[in-house]
Design a protein around this ligand. Structure first.
Ligand SMILES: O=C(CO)[C@H](O)[C@H](O)COP(=O)(O)O
Ligand SMILES: [Fe+2]
Length: 230
């Protein structure tokens, strides 16, 4: 996967009005991905939504869907999100003993496969597995809730992967999730993030669509000038 030609912004509907999800999705049209947080109250202490809501949302929007599965047993539960039509399906490294198999099943079901790591999870044991996924999602808050403070220490993991990708040793999209807003997006962009998830920063704005555009413009100031278009 080549680096995208411009920063990607993925609004997280975790901070949207769950009674009006179709309208909330329309409010961020023009976003690169729509980030959907699936939480099962086991892998994380919170409960959000599951496959039936994702299936309905897929009918309501053309924005490529980025499902972030914060769930136990992704080997069993992840492929149906791909079959339903999600563009990218990300599962947690901490939730499985066999991340390669989960990624293979997601790809076989027709989606890009993403591996997510919590802020305290060491990247080193997963570097080889990054050859078998399309996306690395670096969590910059503890998974489970929106509106938390950004943890800047995770950017060392972003820099490590950015360097490997830029050196041609890996091909993976680098995504960051948690606490991204106007105050934090620039340091994340400078570290080498490709795709920025933003929930509260987008949906607490009077105009979520403008908030997406403003975040993209902020990150673009840190974009390399000569990246190959995807
Ligand atoms: O995965 C998540 C939480 O587990 C969310 O995607 C994330 O927290 C986005 O919300 P915010 O931008 O408000 O931090
Ligand atoms: Fe998320």
């Amino acid at each position: 996967m080549c680096r995208p030609s411009a920063p990607m912004i993925a609004p997280s509907i975790l901070s949207a009005d769950f009674a009006n999800l179709a309208a909330e999705t329309r409010a961020v049209e023009g976003s690169d991905w729509l980030h959907v947080d699936v939480m099962d109250a086991h892998f994380v202490p919170n409960l959000t939504l599951g496959l039936p809501v994702v299936e309905s949302l897929l009918k309501a929007t053309d924005i490529p869907m980025d499902c972030h599965l914060m769930i136990e047993d992704p080997r069993r539960w992840a492929p149906p999100y791909a079959e339903a039509g999600a563009y990218n399906v990300t599962f947690h490294a901490e939730a499985t003993d066999d991340p390669r198999a989960v990624a293979r099943d997601i790809r076989a079901a027709g989606a890009k496969a993403g591996l997510a790591i919590k802020p305290g999870t060491d990247l080193t044991p997963y570097l080889e597995i990054l050859r078998d996924v399309d996306t690395l999602l670096v969590m910059s808050v503890e998974p489970g809730f929106g509106g938390q403070r950004f943890i800047p220490e995770v950017l060392s993991k972003v820099r490590t992967v950015r360097n490997l990708v830029d050196a041609g040793e890996l091909s993976v999209l680098v995504e960051i999730d948690g606490g991204i807003n106007a105050d934090t997006i620039e340091e994340a962009a400078e570290a080498g993030v490709d795709c920025f998830v933003a929930g509260s920063a987008v949906y607490s704005a009077d105009d979520p669509g403008r908030a997406v555009a403003a975040l993209r413009a902020q990150a673009a100031a840190f974009w390399p000038t000569a990246v190959e278009a995807e």
